[in-house]
Design a binder for this molecule. Structure first.
Ligand code: ADP
Ligand code: ADP
Length: 227
């Protein structure tokens, strides 16, 4: 099991203002899954995704990723762990507006102090892979929403993390571009990546291997979806 949670609960606020966002979530995600997290607005999907990414800590419960007890790590170790294990495609992690597509994708490699030629080589290959050959030197505002999303996906996977977490990756896109992004995720899944994605769009369940349904902060069921 790549990802496994045991009885994760999380609330926001204090005292009588406390909102329960998640209750006793037990979720197991095998390696090479493409899992959709679905449920109504406010059901806890984003909260669960941020907890799975170690961006936040729960009130109770345990998370193992690759047998590492993630919440047992100190803040600094957790940050190292995230860089190593997780590619985030989150709406709040925008592209850097003054860096080109290529420079945005090179950024995670630059942080790791990889040689610049190798950074460029990898980033160019990946931009080609996501259908952006010839657009490497454009700034984000010179790209369409779908193209920006592709740059964000390339940036998330350039480090070759075993796990991709995506929060509504198609949320800002029209349906045609949304389908193209889903096709890209499906290809990455077929190549062996494990992907966990929040979506509102039940049409997209045809691309995934499993769907986990949340309601009122509880996990209702996990469904296997046959290809
Ligand atoms: P979803 O992603 O399914 O829309 P969220 O995880 O965003 O659900 O929210 C779950 C619940 O927690 C909701 O009741 C929401 O209002 C609340 N919530 C989420 N984030 C915060 C926050 N930062 N502060 C207070 N309440 C929050
Ligand atoms: P989504 O529907 O895409 O999950 P939300 O509208 O639930 O997005 O949340 C957007 C952002 O607002 C998130 O960062 C979430 O943590 C925060 N948020 C959600 N609900 C609340 C809340 N009740 N109070 C404070 N912050 C919240």
């Amino acid at each position: 099991m790549l990802v496994k949670t045991d009885q994760i609960s999380k609330g926001y606020g204090l005292g009588e203002n406390k909102v329960t966002a998640l209750q006793e979530i037990n979720l197991s995600v095998p390696e090479r899954s493409f899992l959709a997290l679905v449920g109504p607005s406010g059901s806890g999907k984003t909260t669960l995704l941020t907890l799975l990414g170690g961006l936040n800590r729960p009130d109770r419960g345990t998370l193992w990723i690759d047998d590492i007890d993630v919440y047992g790590l100190s803040g600094e170790k957790m940050a190292d762990f995230r860089r190593e294990y997780i590619g985030f495609v989150f709406q709040q992690f925008h592209l850097m507006p003054y860096l080109t597509a290529l420079e945005n994708v090179m950024l995670p490699l630059a942080v790791k102090k990889m040689a610049v030629q190798e950074q460029r080589r990898r980033a160019i290959a990946l931009l080609e892979r996501v259908g952006l050959a010839g657009k490497e030197h454009r700034l984000p505002h010179q790209l369409s929403g779908g193209e920006q999303e592709r740059v964000a996906i390339a940036r998330a996977i350039v480090n070759k993390p075993p796990l991709i977490l995506a929060d509504e990756p198609t949320g800002a896109l029209d349906s045609q571009m949304g389908e193209q992004i889903m096709e890209l995720f499906q290809e990455l899944h077929r190549d062996g990546l494990t992907i966990i994605m929040v979506t509102h769009n039940l049409d997209y369940l045809r691309y995934v291997s499993q769907a986990a349904y949340l309601k009122d902060g509880r996990l209702q069921k996990v469904e296997e979806i046959s290809p």
